[in-house]
Design a protein around this ligand. Structure first.
Ligand SMILES: [Fe+2]
Length: 313
């Protein structure tokens, strides 16, 4: 069986020495490909100038897998996360988020919304898989799916607006590209005053990066710009308070804090989830850092009643 391709594929024999194995005229021969895999080949190469064609083809086949009802949930999620990883490097490497990148990101988030609607139990599996990647990848995906789950639980969002929430959440820290990457993922207490000043620029930097991208909807922009505002008025960049903050940005603020608190390695620990929710609740009650009714909803969604016995005192 062969499949037509619009790019050439090479096998690396030694440093600087490549052999042409599949071409645009021959297509990919799967039997031969299986033979290479059996011999231990793990990497094939594509010319740099044909890279975008390869990516487009990879996305088309991933989308086909995703839309096929006969493919298992686990396989679909693995494909979705593979697409996400490729997309992440595009989103976070461009000076401006390009239109086609925004479109691909939207498509990804649409898939996340579908997964969470059809198989809500996939959350733990997704977290386990993304926890193997770097922090930015883990955090972007985790915040996006947490935000989708919380927004869905409010009952106030339709499918299209859930996608906007998921997209804004996925891109929420896109402004960090312009800020020292060593500061990413650090808690505010770990930063010097000068570093904190730097970090506080990332919402505006993020907004700036998507400003010229017409297909990033306004709702997603508000999320990027306002996800560090707090109902108390002590957030940044503008210190706006209460209902002046865009409601989905409050959801993403909670999902962001929740993801940072439970961390990558403990995503399946119900005790830590409960502890994180308790901390969110305290911060919402005592300091007005988060929207309290939304935090209560998080408690309902992420801590099943029967497991509340594990809740930390
Ligand atoms: Fe942020």
């Amino acid at each position: 069986m062969t499949r037509d391709i619009s790019f050439d594929v090479f096998l690396k024999l030694s440093e600087g020495n490549f052999v042409h194995v599949f071409s645009r005229s021959s297509g990919i021969d799967f039997q031969r490909l299986a033979g290479y895999l059996q011999k231990g080949v793990r990497e094939l190469y594509v010319r740099q100038e044909q890279w975008s064609e390869y990516l487009a083809a990879a996305e088309r086949s991933a989308q086909a897998v995703f839309g096929d009802p006969g493919v298992s949930k686990e396989r679909k999620i693995a494909v979705l996360l593979e697409m996400t990883e490729q997309n992440m490097s595009e989103v976070f490497s461009q000076i401006e988020v390009r239109e086609e990148t925004a479109d691909k990101t939207k498509q990804l988030v649409r898939n996340y919304v579908d997964v969470m609607a059809q198989a809500p139990g996939s959350l733990a599996l997704i977290l386990r898989l993304v926890s193997q990647g770097d922090y930015l990848y883990y955090h972007s995906v985790a915040v996006s799916i947490f935000s989708i789950v919380i927004a869905k639980a409010t009952g106030l969002f339709n499918h299209a607006s859930l996608e906007q929430v998921g997209l804004g959440a996925f891109l929420h820290d896109v402004g960090f590209v312009e800020i020292d990457s060593n500061l990413y993922g650090k808690a505010e207490q770990e930063l010097t005053p000068a570093e904190l000043e730097q970090v506080k620029k990332h919402p505006a930097a993020g907004l700036h990066r998507v400003e010229e991208t017409p297909n990033v909807p306004e709702g997603a922009r508000f999320i990027i710009y306002q996800h560090h505002e707090q109902p108390s008025g002590r957030g940044y960049p503008n210190g706006i308070r209460g209902n002046s903050i865009f409601y989905p940005a409050k959801i993403v603020a909670i999902a962001d804090a929740f993801s940072s608190m439970i961390g990558r390695d403990s995503s399946n620990s119900q005790i830590l989830v409960s502890t994180a929710i308790r901390k969110l609740r305290e911060a919402a009650r005592r300091d007005g850092s988060f929207d309290l009714p939304l935090v209560k909803l998080v408690d309902k969604v992420f801590v099943p009643k029967k497991q509340k016995v594990f809740k930390a005192a």
